[in-house]
Design a protein around this ligand. Structure first.
Ligand SMILES: Cc1cc2nc3c(=O)[nH]c(=O)nc-3n(C[C@H](O)[C@H](O)[C@H](O)COP(=O)(O)OP(=O)(O)OC[C@H]3O[C@@H](n4cnc5c(N)ncnc54)[C@H](O)[C@@H]3O)c2cc1C
Length: 493
């Protein structure tokens, strides 16, 4: 079949590789000049930065993509396991390291916060159970196809859905497991991995720490952007054609029987006929801009669902070394509940934000000049609702510098020799993410996982959706799985 894919994000690339490997003629149309979408890159003044994701989990998902095409991922790129996953600094100055090794992490939590190692073991056991019950069902299958529910492994999961800890919030579960509020704050942070609030997401989302601590966290040699580049190379070897700098303006369709059927897509310079069109663009933009179908029931429903949070990013080229920083570092705010009230209720940047600093050159030394560091600084930000982003950014920059200078004991601003970055509206402009949301809709309700857009359109025959705003959701591995599920549906699996 002839397949047209809109967008060379990770999900679009994943679908392209799998469909080309199964004999289809695949063309990817990308408005930007490179693959990767949110997993982008920027270079200036001797520094290179990843501009989106910085932490990789579920490496097996990427390995499976390459082995599906008869290749080995190791021949294309290296994953570097992190023994120290993240270094934390709390508002009161307490510091601790979260290690992959559970015994070491338990000892560290005990040393810094007086937490019992047994509590950590019990917590991870419960997270692992959630992952066993729900991981395969939600992450690797369409939830909207009858055939999913006839698989024995899935039936077993469905029968156990009542054990998914849906009735408590993530925060309530953490308070039940741990005695110190700082431990709760540390694990509550995982709600932000899909742009949600720990005070509202069901505790089911504790699958996320299971994935990170039990499966491990990784850096990518050459930086995260090397990942979409490697998948793009695989795609090219499989015969996929890429059209960069080519925004798709419309998905073409016609009435057929009682419904509609896609005919292909239109760019500024051509009409591309295709049997199948896959949109890796945000669900909202696909209906509103490419289909011009704002009457579609799923579009109307998506308009009512709460978007996930966005991010404000500062890229700092730091003209000196800060050896006290690890690869991933979190500097927590004093009042976490207030931070999430700002993000989701007041739609303002928090007065006192938690600051994430990723020092990319820890794993890819060439990304900063000798003796200097490339910092990717990320703050949770509300979705774009027309805020005055210049004003918000000025406040956030001051808050970031104040917190980092106090925690690191040196004037950070004095060492910034290069600076750029972006706000939520820039994320929408660059990647099409509605409201600049990083992960599509939020998971702030119990049923959110079931409300994500299906990978196959029922309204348009031949139209499919993949990517962070569709099932199973955002984050690099989920985007790649979204492409895999979509390719499976196209192939009639
Ligand atoms: C700041 C930030 C930090 C993040 N941190 C992490 C992290 O640490 N770990 C993690 O796993 N995930 C993280 N994520 C999330 C992760 O990056 C995304 O979930 C994932 O990359 C989304 O992939 P996608 O396939 O949905 O496509 P996207 O990356 O959204 O790509 C969509 C593509 O479609 C293209 N496009 C849009 N409209 C058109 C059009 N009309 N015609 C042609 N092309 C079009 C865009 O240019 C883009 O390339 C982060 C994201 C951001 C922004």
């Amino acid at each position: 079949m002839r397949v047209g894919i809109v967008g060379a994000g990770l999900a679009g690339l994943s679908a392209a590789a799998r469909l080309a490997a199964t004999g289809h003629e695949v063309t990817v149309f990308e408005q930007g000049l490179r693959p990767g979408g949110k997993a982008g890159t920027e270079s200036a003044a001797g520094y290179r930065f990843d501009t989106g994701p910085s932490l990789l989990t579920l490496p097996e998902v990427f390995d499976e993509l390459f082995s599906f095409a008869g290749r080995k991922r190791e021949d294309y790129l290296s994953f570097l396991p992190l023994e120290e996953i993240c270094r934390y600094v709390f508002d009161d100055g307490t510091r601790l390291s979260a290690f992959h090794d559970q015994e070491a992490f338990g000892a560290e939590l005990h040393r810094a916060l007086g937490e019992s190692p047994k509590a950590l073991r019990q917590y991870f056991r419960s997270c692992a159970r959630l992952n066993r019950i729900a991981g395969e069902l939600f992450m690797r299958n369409s939830l909207h196809e009858l055939s999913t529910y006839t698989k024995p492994s899935i039936l077993l999961s469905v029968l156990q859905l009542w054990r998914l800890d849906l009735l408590r919030s993530m925060d309530q579960a953490h308070r039940a497991f741990f005695r110190d509020p700082r431990t709760t704050q540390l694990f509550n942070r995982y709600a932000t991995y899909n742009g949600s609030s720990p005070y509202r997401v069901p505790a089911t989302l504790n699958i996320i720490p299971a994935v990170e601590y039990l499966g491990g966290a990784y850096a990518v040699a050459g930086g995260i952007h090397a990942l979409p580049c490697a998948i793009e190379q695989l795609c090219r070897e499989l015969g996929v054609t890429f059209r960069y700098g080519t925004p798709v303006r419309r998905i073409l369709s016609e009435r057929a029987g009682g419904g509609r059927r896609v005919l292909g897509l239109e760019t500024d310079s051509e009409e591309f006929r295709a049997d199948v069109v896959i949109s890796n663009l945000d669900v909202i933009g696909t209906y509103r801009d490419l289909l011009q179908d704002t009457e579609a029931p799923l579009y109307k429903r998506y308009q009512k669902l709460e978007p996930s949070s966005s991010g404000m990013v500062f890229l700092f080229g730091i003209g000196t070394a800060f050896p006290q920083l690890s690869h991933h570092n979190i500097f927590f705010s004093a009042d976490y509940p207030a931070e999430f009230r700002s993000l989701f209720e007041e739609l303002r940047c928090p007065e006192d934000p938690t600051v994430y600093v990723n020092v990319g050159c820890r794993s890819t030394p060439g990304d900063a000049p000798e003796g200097k560091e490339n910092w990717f600084v990320l703050l949770n930000a509300p979705r774009d609702a027309g805020q005055d982003w210049m004003a918000e950014r000025a406040l956030m920059r001051a808050a970031v510098l104040k917190r980092l200078t106090s925690a690191l004991g040196r004037d950070v601003e004095a060492h910034i020799e290069y600076e750029s970055g972006f706000n939520p509206p820039d994320i929408e402009k660059k990647t099409g993410a509605a409201y600049g949301s990083l992960y599509g809709i939020s998971s702030n309700t119990k049923l959110a996982a079931f409300l994500r857009h299906p990978n196959r359109s029922r309204r348009y025959k031949g139209l499919f959706f993949c990517g962070g705003s569709a099932h199973p959701g955002g984050g690099m591995p989920l985007a790649v799985l979204s492409g895999a599920i979509t390719a499976g549906l196209v192939n009639g699996e």
